[in-house]
Design a protein around this ligand. Sequence first.
Ligand SMILES: Cc1ncc(COP(=O)(O)O)c(C=O)c1O
Length: 478
Amino acid sequence: MFGTDRNLKVLRMKYSTLNFNPEEIKTPCFVVDENLLWHNLEILSSVKEHTGCKILLALKCFSMFRVFPLIRGCLDGICASSPDEARLGREEFQKEVHTFAAAYSENDILDLCETTDHLVFNSFGQLERFRPIVQKRVAGTGRQIDFGIRINPEHSEGAVPIYDPCAPGSRLGVKLAHFREDLLDGIAGLHWHNLCEQDSDCLQRTVKAVESRFGEYISKMKYINFGGGHHITRPGYNIRLLENIINDFQQKWGVQVYLEPGEAVALNAGYLVATVLDIITDSDIVGGSDVVTGSDVVTGSDVVTGSDIVGGSGVVGDSGVAAESATRSGIDIAIMDACVPAHMPDVLEMPYRPYILHSENPEDFPETTAGSQRAAKKYIYRIGGVSCLAGDVAGEYSFDEPLDIGDRLVFTDMAIYSMVKTNTFNGVRLPSIALVKKDDVLAGKNDTLKNDTPERKDHIKVEIVRTFDYSDFKGRLS
Ligand SMILES: Cc1ncc(COP(=O)(O)O)c(C=O)c1O
């Protein structure tokens, strides 16, 4: 792939910020870069250092256990949402395991007796039912399981309702009206979770709400878990305020504070690399005989393309872009070997518009004067996946050069809530999982080659951690 000058030029332009060469990756493939993970872990370590708080990795967000040894060096354990996550945490992370689920079955509880250190209940009913079973089960084994109760602070911070555990009618957490002081004996912790990708001012207001409702119970606890949703590693997050909140809280109430972020641990630390399998022009779709590609269009063809309609009716914002843009006509379409509902379902579920490296959002360049160039990057495509779903679309993207079959598309920030959510809808194969190792990147920076050149990237090995095949599809069916 590096054989020609053109390839070198394109690679320099396209992939200059990556620590690996996507052309060498068999796609679709998640690539996690330990170097980027490490950057986040350093930030989280400094929060721990400045406050003495404990930080758990939320496995629901990121469960790539191959990198647990790296994360284990900085964080205190994991939080699980099920017996299987708890077992993964016990086996592979090997530090504290905290578990919370909206409800447990008796079988869940028996499993969790083997794996969890902290069991957080969503109701006093479940606590009353299962506490004796747990106590009996662990008696004489040397294991100790602490009990906790999830509270509902009844304080929303503006997250959309499906991501807001404090929305009216929420089933998550005990509200003050149902709190049972008489059952607190032996309860070690209170837990809440109400944030989603939010800053520390949201936490500050939440803490005030919790203190005003549940203040009298806090000092009876050993620990208070502030949940997840703290976007600590996002540039611009107010870390100083977070640290002050934690320090003040611990000092005031004499308790250990825990945080259990998922996103903040692996934010921007991974990619989904896909390959363009086909380019379809709108004229193809309506049955026109002249096949016109993006490159033909900008060199003067009369055919109306996506670039002509951007900024026209149907302008959509970032959320919901995939669903809406799947229906607009007149845009060249690139079909990739990834599948949005199977490989990055949050794009449709949240919804949000993922970023593709070195692309732009044509919507960011609305028409100013008739006929003017609207996007800095001229070649606009709707990027879609291989499945039957009409809405299997990531969004519309513009590029400096026309896309070709075989080109790589590098979706950023794909470590979180994607690898854990993949499925085999349509029998589409799961993306492989690959790793750029921290030591290799550091070694690469010290070598004699200039940084950020394709040649340097050649020296950085990408370890293919896992590939999937037919048996993974068949194995979950019967
Ligand atoms: C109880 C609980 N803890 C932690 C998290 C992790 O949140 P995030 O990945 O946004 O930090 C979640 C996310 O839904 C959660 O529900």
